[in-house]
Design a protein around this ligand. Structure first.
Ligand SMILES: [Zn+2]
Length: 402
């Protein structure tokens, strides 16, 4: 039911929703203490929010009589989308960022943005159908694009390998289609945001998130917020130059980190080993399938193939040294690694960690750490959805519904 509310009521409701969402669970007394509002103001507004189904009350664990407040998680869906070089993950989260369901679709950028958005729409409909036991209205969408992004406009800017996507209005189109707010950002920014928000040890801290996939990119979180830079290009570390290297990069420059240590570069080097008959295992795979995939490199590592292990280890050292220099510059609490290259395993991650720490010592504190994201492959969709939810909550979402 809609009511006419004055601005002080709106402020109280906005504050209550934000605090309950941030704290995940909170009592009325704690709400009053943290917000500065009187107990009577809290009680009156909490009652409205309970009546309208925005908040729920549940007993405090171990204390039957005390009750705490939580956000009602069954109030529609937030869609997270992460686009990558050749696939797109689409997931549905509840308002607390819990991933309810996710699916990945194969995409080809040659098809153009209209066709790809149609594929994404079909994936969203399939998610809604599979979650039909709950409320499936879409309340917001977050999109991560593998490109510099104009956050305010909701579109990619000069993407390297996405023909037709420069200034293509992804945000406005999806917003019109689903009649809901849509936020578009670089996909590593959304991953970094999801990690910083959902990991208790990183919440509100400075972290550097490094995505290691076909390409390499970083997302900077400053005190819990995304740092986008002047032109939305911050964290573009895949195109920073590695001294002494002259490898041609797809960006037109030579010696970029991505052109040496990205997944695409590793596959190219592995293909060369196969075609020049220097590696029997890789050569056999190419003879059978005609090409190599990331999974073949993982299989070679599993078989203890010394050439592939050495190649991957060298790339880990190169990445770690570069990231270590950034740690000296930025002094984050942690570096978090994500992306499918982390699936190369512990040795790969350890090599990166060692190189970062060697490069950054003695300018790091003992509590600095280097970890792989605990959200695995889903960090992209979770992060995109969380960016959307957090922005909506901050902007006063649901206040007008009370
Ligand atoms: Zn480059």
């Amino acid at each position: 039911m809609k009511r006419i509310t004055d601005s002080s009521t709106n402020l109280a409701i906005h504050t209550i929703i934000q605090l309950v969402w941030n704290e995940k669970t909170i009592t009325r007394a704690e709400l009053s203490r943290l917000s500065g509002f009187s107990r009577s103001t809290i009680t009156a507004n909490v009652d409205k929010l309970l009546e309208d189904g925005i908040l729920l009350e549940k007993p405090v664990e171990g204390q039957d009589k005390r009750k705490s407040l939580v956000i009602n998680q069954n109030r529609g869906l937030f869609i997270g989308i992460e686009m990558d070089a050749d696939c797109c993950a689409v997931g549905a989260c509840d308002i607390m960022g819990t991933l309810l369901k996710e699916q990945c679709i194969t995409i080809d950028y040659i098809d153009g943005p209209d066709a790809i958005l149609k594929q994404i729409s079909h994936a969203i409909e399939a998610l809604q159908q599979s979650l039909a036991e709950r409320v499936t209205d879409i309340l917001g969408i977050g999109v991560g694009l593998p490109s510099p992004v104009d956050f305010a406009g909701g579109y990619a800017v000069h993407p390297a390998f996405m023909p037709g996507w420069h200034h293509y209005p992804v945000g406005p189109k999806l917003s019109k289609l689903y009649s809901c707010p849509v936020f578009v950002d670089n996909e590593v920014n959304t991953m970094a945001f999801g990690e910083a928000f959902l990991s208790d040890q990183y919440r509100g801290k400075d972290i550097l998130f490094v995505k290691l996939g076909a390409g390499i990119g970083a997302g900077l979180i400053m005190q819990g917020c995304i740092y986008r830079g002047n032109s939305g290009m911050s964290g573009n570390i895949g195109h920073m130059r590695v001294d002494g290297n002259t490898q041609q990069c797809k960006c037109g420059k030579v010696g970029c980190l991505e052109a040496i240590a990205g997944g695409g570069a590793l596959l190219k080097r592995a293909e060369l080993l196969a075609h020049t008959k220097q590696n029997t295992f890789l050569q056999k795979v190419v003879e059978q399938k005609g090409y190599l995939q990331f999974s073949d490199l993982k299989e070679a590592i599993k078989r203890r193939d010394s050439q592939v292990i050495q190649m991957v280890d060298e790339s880990a050292h190169t990445i770690g040294s570069m990231v270590g220099s950034l740690v000296v510059f930025y002094d984050p609490k942690a570096v978090v690694l994500g992306g499918n290259l982390c699936e190369f395993g512990l040795q790969y991650v350890d090599s990166i960690r060692r190189a970062i720490i060697t490069e950054a010592t003695p300018w790091i504190k003992s509590d600095f750490d280097v970890n792989v994201t605990k959200f695995g492959d889903s960090i992209g969709v979770i992060g995109s959805a969380m960016l959307c939810i957090s922005t909506l909550i901050r902007n006063g979402a649901f206040v007008n519904e009370v």
